[in-house]
Design a protein around this ligand. Structure first.
Ligand code: FE2
Length: 368
């Protein structure tokens, strides 16, 4: 498998939210990220305000409109609530990646632009993704500033005390799409960026008695980008993916998984910082203790205390845990994941316990 667009790695993720200042505080306090840069009237940007938060290889941009006419922000939020507007991939050559994508069925969202200031220039372009989402190509080779033109020193004068969470980088980003959309978007990734489908969950593979879904995972060469796409499937009651579609009013990003090398430290710190997680049933750990093939380096009691999930894969294992939805609507959430050995999957063995946990919350919302 070759990479036709010169992918380096995941870059930033931009959220459109109702109040960027408040949400930036949550990211600083809860996830332990630093507010590294800021864009707004003080930096010459008058229609919106953005906080740029970083930690190791993680880059998040939290944006709100400042004027009634900042329509791309307010239109998005009115429709979807707080959510992921765009996610970026750092590439060797933005114009080449964009040209490849748009000549292979990619729909243009923004033609290649050279964004300049006294620190040099950044190249950026974007193609469309699910509904109102965008996939950005970016390159900073000729830029020395903190993020990109328009951004300067943060104006927030707060000291946020929090525990170091040890989170490192994006592991995967997941899209939820309507019934019959999954194949379209999997093909779109594969054509526009030379990805390939490497996991295909069929009816009956994933789902509890009630809530079912279909899922395809596309990936770039060398697993630099891996992107699952879910669609609802008919079950006895409403699929959790259907709940997302109805509450988000369309297709979009469901969750972002963040990698750590020490999930016990990460989840301990995140819990101390006030992050809410899904609760796994007690029977989950009873079943784990009966298994002889675990081969865990971590202490099972610590995993149980923190509610961390485990899944064995052919050449390794993974540990993971999911937050509750981070905003007001039951749409977007985070996952934290640690991979051991050559683990490349997504915790299929945990889907049952996980979905039961999601369904309990879905039932409380009256959406089951
Ligand atoms: Fe995931």
């Amino acid at each position: 498998m070759t990479d036709p667009i010169g992918i380096r790695k995941y870059d930033y993720i931009e959220f459109y939210v109702g109040s960027a200042k408040m949400v930036a505080y949550w990211y600083a306090k809860g996830l332990g990220l630093d507010i590294t840069a800021y864009a707004g009237p003080e930096t010459g940007v008058y229609d919106r305000t953005s906080y740029y938060l970083t930690g190791n290889d993680l880059k998040f941009v939290i944006t709100s409109g400042l004027q009634p006419t900042t329509y791309d922000c307010w239109g998005f939020i009115t429709h979807h609530g707080d959510g992921v507007k765009r996610w970026a991939i750092e590439v060797d050559d933005v114009e080449a990646a964009y040209a490849y994508a748009t000549s292979h069925t990619g729909i243009s969202a923004r033609r290649p632009e050279k964004l300049s200031d006294e620190n040099g220039f950044v190249m950026e372009a974007a193609i469309k993704l699910y509904d109102d989402t965008e996939l950005v190509y970016i390159n900073y080779d000729n830029y020395k500033g903190k993020f990109k033109p328009g951004f300067g020193e943060s104006v927030l004068e707060i000291e946020v005390s929090r525990k170091d969470t040890g989170i490192i980088a994006i592991d995967h980003i997941v899209g939820n799409v309507r019934e019959n959309e999954m194949n379209h978007w999997a093909t779109y990734f594969n054509k526009t960026m030379g990805f390939e489908t490497f996991i295909d969950f069929k009816p009956g593979d994933i789902g509890t008695q009630y809530s079912a879904l279909l899922s395809k995972v596309v990936k770039s060469a060398g697993f630099k980008i891996r992107n699952p796409i879910n669609e609802p499937f008919e079950g006895k009651k409403k699929s959790q993916i259907q709940e997302y579609i109805e509450q988000y009013y369309g297709s979009g990003v469901q969750h972002i998984a963040i990698r750590t090398e020490d999930i016990i430290k990460t989840i301990s710190a995140l819990r101390a910082n006030g992050i809410e997680f899904l609760n796994v049933p007690d029977t989950y750990y009873e079943a784990m203790r009966k298994r002889k093939d675990l081969g865990l380096e971590e202490d099972l009691n610590s995993l149980e205390k923190l509610g961390i999930l485990f899944d064995k894969e052919s050449n390794g294992y993974l540990l993971q845990l999911f937050t509750k939805p981070t905003g007001d609507r039951p749409t977007f959430f985070f996952e934290f994941i640690q991979r051991h050995g050559d683990s490349q999957g997504f915790g299929k063995g945990n889907f049952q316990a996980l979905f039961e946990a999601i369904e309990r919350d879905q039932g409380l919302r009256g959406n089951l």
